[in-house]
Design a protein around this ligand. Structure first.
Ligand code: TGC
Ligand code: FAD
Length: 408
């Protein structure tokens, strides 16, 4: 795929690697503080200089490049909202969202790395962990010296995690953990897994356990053959009588609400991230359409191309406002799970639609890795499924507006 050569008459790929142009149709930037803009622009420059040049190769070879980890830590990608006393940056929710927007502008798999590390591992340790657990893990994770993963999904329990069959039992001075998790981002390289399991001695109440690489009976086989999110390592977590020290149980919250609380934070990051994908695909298509000539005119001059572009920027603008408002509500501690669901669902679907239309504008070039669009399309097939599928988020909204949950 890397050998694909650009035909002489097609616009050069340079457009796709330049820094993103602002298409700020409703002056949404004015809603951001100077600090927000600085954080976003720093992330944007890092992504453009260090991530965009390696991503097509990493995706094609299904390889993760560990050398990007220190740079990601430097721009605050790992747990940006974690307080400084634990090594985080103590940023607000909008800053967190903007960093995810810039990273996912490059690739959803790279944003996955950061979502899992920050929202699904550091967040539960910070919110539900003991002081010792926070001190042991958070500073190293903020710097990317330790990588985490989050084990909720099981082979037979995806959308319905409450049915999980992974269990642990009290064995005196430790717990014994048995079961398996599937589809776990970062699993093959993680130093620690936040694992959700039912306690046998409390009628199956769900708890979080910190399971560390090297514990006897704990393995993390890699999942192969993914045609989506190829730059993000995925694996299983297998527990065969793993002895977990009692000090590794997250003591301050239990029940299904504990993992679902982490998902609120990660889904919020996805809402921002997929906005970045939509912006990148729109930007790529707009530049291409202005340069590509057919019937003696740039294709941007044809009404049907303009319809596509006009609809894209309209949807992006609406989503920017929705997502910014959600950030304000989260900063105020007022955002609900249903609001987060609506934003995650809306923004993933709009990114899918925009990517599909953008690919059409690029004609045949749209299917090559000379441009990022087809890769984004493939990635979005994971993003629309993980962290709650498109339909589960619809049902969460439906339950909120009717008061009647329709999941079961
Ligand atoms: P339900 O009865 O609604 O709730 C059970 C208990 O949880 C409480 N709760 C919450 N608490 C805190 N935050 C939230 N967001 C909460 N939502 C619910 C609720 O109050 C209740 O508490 P209690 O005390 O009454 O017991 O639960 P349900 O079993 O009916 O399920 C509802 C449903 C379907 C919405 C939920 O199970 C769900 O969201 N399913 C989707 C599963 C999912 O999103 N999995 C994601 C796995 S992780 C992942 O994909 C990572 S990908 C990362 C990457 O690579 O980027
Ligand atoms: P299912 O739950 O079997 O759903 C299949 C279909 O049935 C979907 O269309 C769904 O919407 C529909 N459906 C299910 N229930 C209902 C209902 N009540 N009403 C109507 N329709 C319904 N999980 C983790 O724990 N940690 C991770 O790090 C992680 N990373 C992932 C990375 C990737 C690349 C992928 C693909 C998944 C990852 N997941 C992770 C798992 C992910 O969260 C699940 O795939 C997701 O929750 C859906 O579960 P499932 O695949 O079992 O699908």
């Amino acid at each position: 795929m890397n050998d694909a050569s650009t035909p002489a008459q097609a616009p050069a790929r340079k457009a796709a690697t330049d820094l993103f142009q602002h298409h700020d149709h409703f002056l949404v930037d004015e809603l951001l503080t100077e600090e927000h803009k600085l954080i976003r622009d720093t992330a944007r420059k890092y992504v453009s200089k260090h991530l965009k040049p390696i991503i097509e190769d990493a995706f094609e070879k299904a390889e993760f490049h560990p050398e990007i980890i220190p740079g990601l830590a430097e721009i605050g990608a790992f747990g940006p909202i974690i307080p400084q006393e634990y090594g985080g940056m103590g940023l607000d929710q909008i800053s967190y969202g903007l960093i995810m927007q810039e990273i996912e502008r490059c690739d959803s798999g790279l944003r996955s790395l950061c979502s899992v590390q920050g929202s699904l591992v550091m967040y539960p340790i910070w919110k539900y962990g003991s002081e010792e657990q926070k001190k042991k893990w958070l500073p190293d994770m903020a710097q990317g010296r330790k990588i985490g993963c989050f084990g909720l999904t099981e082979p037979n329990f995806g959308s319905n995690p409450g049915g999980m069959v992974t269990t642990f039992k009290d064995a005196g001075d430790h717990y014994v953990l048995n079961g398996a998790k599937m589809w776990i981002s970062n699993a093959p390289m993680a130093d620690v897994a936040v694992v959700w399991a039912k306690a046998e001695n409390t009628e199956g109440r769900i708890h979080g356990l910190l399971v560390e690489r090297g514990m006897e009976g704990f393995t993390t086989p890699t999942t192969h053959g993914k045609l989506s999110l190829r730059a993000s390592p995925t694996g299983e977590l297998v527990f065969d009588n793993v002895k977990v020290p009692k000090a590794n149980l997250l003591p301050n919250k239990s029940g299904l609400g504990a993992p679902l609380g982490c998902l609120d934070s990660a889904r919020f990051g996805i809402a921002w991230g997929t906005l970045g994908v939509a912006m990148e695909c729109y930007d790529t298509a707009l530049r291409y359409a202005k340069q590509r000539v057919q019937f003696d005119k740039p294709i941007a001059a044809f009404q049907l191309t303009q319809k596509k572009l006009a609809e894209m920027i309209t949807e992006i603008t609406k989503a920017q406002l929705l997502t910014w408002r959600l950030g304000v509500l989260r900063n105020e501690g007022r955002a609900t799970t249903a609001q987060i669901s609506m934003a995650k669902r809306n923004n993933v679907a709009l990114a899918q639609n925009i990517a599909r239309e953008a690919r059409q504008i690029l004609g045949g070039m749209g299917i090559t890795n000379e441009y990022p669009i087809m890769r984004h399309m493939m990635n979005l097939e994971s993003v629309v499924t993980y962290e709650g599928t498109h339909d589960i988020h619809l049902l969460i909204t439906g339950a909120e507006v009717t008061g009647i949950p329709a999941f079961k």
